[in-house]
Design a protein around this ligand. Structure first.
Ligand SMILES: C[S@@+](CC[C@H](N)C(=O)[O-])C[C@H]1O[C@@H](n2cnc3c(N)ncnc32)[C@H](O)[C@@H]1O
Ligand code: SF4
Length: 316
């Protein structure tokens, strides 16, 4: 049986207080909150031998969960590393203090310092309030690290230098960006999806590329590559647990249409074993811009950036 580690993406809720145009969340037919019982089952399935990092994110806003306070406490003494991705709107002083030390990294998604751009990208959210919350998190965190995820939408790019300057002036050190504007299995055909351009931007502004965040180690990627017949790295490197407690075939299954088991009765290794034998799902994979994303050339390029990042980290 395979022995590589993976990242886990846990969706506390598929409901959200925003309506971002790039987010395909509206494809989810029955948005829901994860129950306390399911969350306990999730925690019971996560072990450091299998999981190098669990990210509380999914397709919704975790800070809006009604059991936010209890769920955060439950992560405090769990042996797996937890991180969280949030749009930042609900991150008031109390929530920031509560998160401190319970998670390793809080990643706040931020589109632009330009209020008009922000309003168009983070629809429904209050930019001034989010900026206040970023400042507060930067000042209050003692144990948890703060990172910002810069939105890779074309309309955010002209104001990117000013956005970066403002964040750096607040003392934020970790600025990240995804080099891919996911079309999430074909649901976002209308957007420009220029990964090469995004990679150049990431390099130019010395941002951290999010494609490296799901790589536990070169050995794990190699094992994962050997064990899976269908060699899609984005699928194989991550396990997505939806708000209902279903393990999804791939995180690009936005509609949550392809569950491969439930946390109540299947462990991570069993899910991986089941998925290793599975081929592509045409309905999902044929429209996906991540399919064949990492051929030999891409793998070498990404491997070199990964090694560089590790070396920089070691030297720091
Ligand atoms: C789906 S959200 C969930 C967490 C939280 N609601 C937030 O916005 O940070 C997770 C991350 O995905 C990003 N995102 C949403 N749609 C995307 C897309 N089409 N391509 C790339 N990133 C996307 C968001 O900006 C956010 O940083
Ligand atoms: S805040 Fe996050 S989950 Fe909500 S719509 Fe925007 S990207 Fe999607």
């Amino acid at each position: 049986m395979s022995s590589y580690r993976i990242a886990v993406n846990v969706e506390w809720t598929s409901k959200c207080n925003a309506l971002c145009p790039m987010c395909p969340r509206d494809l989810i037919e029955h948005p829901q909150l994860m129950t306390g019982q399911t969350w306990w089952q999730v925690l019971g399935q996560l072990s450091p031998q299998d999981v190098f990092r669990a990210v509380i994110a999914g397709y919704g806003e975790p800070t809006t969960h009604t059991k936010f306070w209890e769920f955060v406490d439950d992560m405090r003494h769990h042996p797996v590393r937890f991180d969280m991705v949030s749009n930042g709107h609900q991150l008031d002083t109390e929530r920031i203090r509560h998160l401190d030390g319970a998670i390793d990294l809080l990643i706040v998604s931020f589109s632009s310092i330009d209020p008009d751009v922000y309003k168009r990208v983070h629809v429904n959210l209050d930019q001034a309030r989010v900026m206040d919350n970023i400042r507060t998190a930067q000042q209050l965190f003692k144990h948890t690290r703060l990172a910002i995820s810069l939105t890779p939408m074309p309309e955010c790019l002209p104001s990117l230098p000013d956005t970066i300057a403002w964040l750096q002036a607040q003392g934020v050190k970790i600025l990240t960006m995804s080099p891919t504007l996911y079309n999430r299995g074909g649901s976002l055909q209308a957007h420009e999806l220029a990964t090469e351009k995004l990679r150049q931007i990431i390099q130019k502004y010395h941002l951290h590329s999010q494609e490296l965040d799901f790589v536990p180690s070169v050995r794990d990627v190699f094992q994962q590559w050997r064990s899976n017949t269908f060699k899609c790295i984005p699928r194989n490197i991550d396990v997505f647990i939806s708000a209902s407690g279903d393990y999804l075939y791939c995180y690009n299954d936005v509609k949550h249409d392809h569950p491969i088991g439930h946390v109540a009765n299947l462990g991570i290794r069993e899910v991986l074993a089941k998925r290793e034998g599975m081929a592509l799902i045409p309905e999902l994979c044929n429209g996906c811009n991540m399919l064949n994303r990492y051929g030999a050339k891409e793998l070498v390029k990404t491997g070199i950036s990964y090694a560089r990042t590790k070396l920089k980290g070691a030297a720091a």
